[in-house]
Write a protein that binds this ligand. Structure first.
Ligand code: KIV
Length: 295
């Protein structure tokens, strides 16, 4: 959504203001969960917001206390938490278990869970069955699924059933075997397809859409064209929101990280130093010391 569009619209979200609406999404100590109505209101105010992935209760509680308003239990858990090579092997059981953990670890953030590969490709009814499980059993507030035009029927049925949906277009990692990992939407035809995908997601009723690995100018055009917020990852500075995979963001990921990621800490080094110091103290007999010992 463009700032101009935001200025032209009323500040009231579609089904009336939620309690606490009008407060900035980021930060705060609100005692209730952020909802998709708060997201809509923030976008109408022209407010940018941050989203991070989370895969466990403890990390999620840290981000919640830091004021991160939206957390994604991404299927990036495959390569960032479960030790798979890609997101493709992630199962519904894994997604449901880790989503429930993230919900338990948080009080304020809107928790969005990915529908993993194979959980919605058969069609809308399969998507509804699996999304219902994440909403009812894991307690998340919304689900995300990949694909634009190809997924619009799934999105529509979930939205009709009362399940908020975040779309995901551009690079869709579940299709890595078909598309590889490269910037999407380059060239006129690909750009037009990305715009059609974005509109299909919006028309099907999604409340937001992730744009992954898309040229910044095209992401800006999609953002101006849509009235739902765009959430960029490798899509430049002009989307309404940004998302990062938290293990990349805190420097936990080993090896090469994508160029669009910014490392805000070096947790790999912090953990390595702590583990080495602990090991040396055990070997040297200085841990446990008197203050760690019962008599
Ligand atoms: O699974 C994930 O972490 C994602 C983000 C890259 C948006 O889908």
């Amino acid at each position: 959504m463009s700032l101009q569009a935001a200025q032209n619209q009323s500040a009231t979200p579609p089904s009336g203001p939620a309690p606490g609406a009008g407060k900035a999404l980021y930060g705060g100590k609100s005692t209730r969960r952020i909802t998709v109505h708060d997201i809509a209101a923030a976008s109408e105010r022209g407010e940018k917001w941050p989203m991070l992935t989370a895969y466990d209760a403890m990390t999620a509680s840290v981000f919640d206390e830091a004021g991160i308003p939206v957390m994604l239990v991404g299927d990036s858990m495959g390569n960032c938490h479960l030790g798979y090579e890609t997101t493709v092997p992630v199962t519904m059981d894994e997604m449901a278990m880790l989503s429930a953990a993230v919900v338990r670890g948080t009080k304020r953030a809107l928790i969005v869970a990915d529908l993993p590969f194979g959980a919605y490709q058969e069609g809308p009814v399969q998507a509804l069955r699996n999304a219902t499980r994440l909403i009812k059993d894991a307690g998340v507030g919304a689900v995300k699924l990949e694909g634009g035009e190809r997924s619009h029927e799934q999105i529509r049925l979930l939205v009709e059933a009362g399940i908020p949906v975040m779309g995901h277009i551009g690079l869709t990692p579940q299709s890595v075997n078909a598309m590889g990992y490269r910037v999407q939407g380059r060239g006129e035809e690909a750009a037009q397809q990305l715009l059609r995908d974005a509109k299909a997601v919006q028309d099907a009723g999604a409340f937001a859409v992730v744009l992954e690995l898309v040229p910044a100018e095209l992401a800006a055009e999609v953002t101006r064209t849509l009235h739902i917020p765009t959430v960029g990852i490798g899509a430049g500075p002009d989307t309404d929101a940004q998302v990062l995979v938290y293990t990349d963001m805190v420097g936990l990921t080993g090896g090469k990280v994508p160029r669009f990621t910014k490392q805000y800490a070096n947790m790999r080094q912090v953990l390595t130093d702590a583990a080495k110091e602990y090991a040396e103290e055990v070997i040297g007999g200085t841990f446990p010391a008197a203050e760690h010992t019962f008599h």
